[in-house]
Design a protein. Structure first.
Length: 85
């Protein structure tokens, strides 16, 4: 359980960085849902996001709980397209 807590703490710091630097994120939840998004708010238990992909989620906002996140990183597609800061 300690490893999970450490991972979540790193994700929170990364989310704060993405929020402050306007870096687009990729998030995968444990249920398999994918989010390509902008970070809107970083909370203790959750993160608020604005989805721009995939298509079925584009234009929506979600609140995701850290404990339900399997993977969190910079959106590599945006980096390849030269659109990340």
């Amino acid at each position: 359980m300690e490893m999970v807590k450490d991972k979540i703490e790193r994700w929170k710091l990364l989310a704060e960085l993405f929020l402050n630097k306007n870096i687009k994120a990729y998030i995968k939840e444990i249920n398999g849902d994918l989010h390509f998004c902008d970070i809107l708010f970083v909370g203790e238990d959750s993160v608020r996001i604005y989805n721009y992909g995939p298509a079925q989620r584009a234009g929506t906002k979600d609140t995701l709980y850290w404990i339900n996140i399997e993977d969190f990183d910079e959106d590599k597609n945006e980096v390849k397209n030269g659109q990340s800061n």
